[in-house]
Design a protein around this ligand. Structure first.
Ligand SMILES: [Zn+2]
Length: 126
């Protein structure tokens, strides 16, 4: 059964040629031997999928969302529209404050989110 290990040495996959550095996460199986950073390649080498418990760290990166079965009222829809205005304004502010920032990145999203909070706070002080 495969497990996930941290690479102790820099190395390269004999199957697909992808390389890794010390400390990278690797899929590893002793018998039959399988080793790669890429899960698909690991499986190609005969690595088995009995790895799930070892790979929980990866799985925690995803979140499960269960949407409530309910219809939003007009009041809530108006709030949502108001939120869109804050979002749009915050987006443009963030772009003007941080022109070098990648707008598809996590950090831009965090900045934008912070600006939305600040706008809401200011609105409360009006
Ligand atoms: Zn490989």
């Amino acid at each position: 059964m495969g497990t996930m290990i941290k690479a102790k040495y820099n190395g390269q996959c004999k199957n697909c040629g992808s390389s890794w550095a010390v400390g990278d996460d690797l899929y590893y199986q002793k018998n039959p031997k399988a080793l790669c950073t890429d899960h698909e390649c690991f499986t190609e080498q005969g690595g088995t999928a009995g790895y799930k418990s070892s790979f929980q760290k990866k799985e925690r990166d995803t979140i499960v969302v269960k949407l409530p079965e309910i219809t939003a009222s007009d009041g809530v829809k108006m709030l949502a529209e108001l939120h869109q205005q804050f979002f749009l304004t915050a987006h443009h502010l963030a772009m003007s404050y941080y022109p070098e920032e990648d707008i598809t990145g996590d950090r831009f999203g965090q900045i934008r989110s912070k600006i939305i909070d600040q706008l809401l706070t200011l609105r409360g002080n009006e």
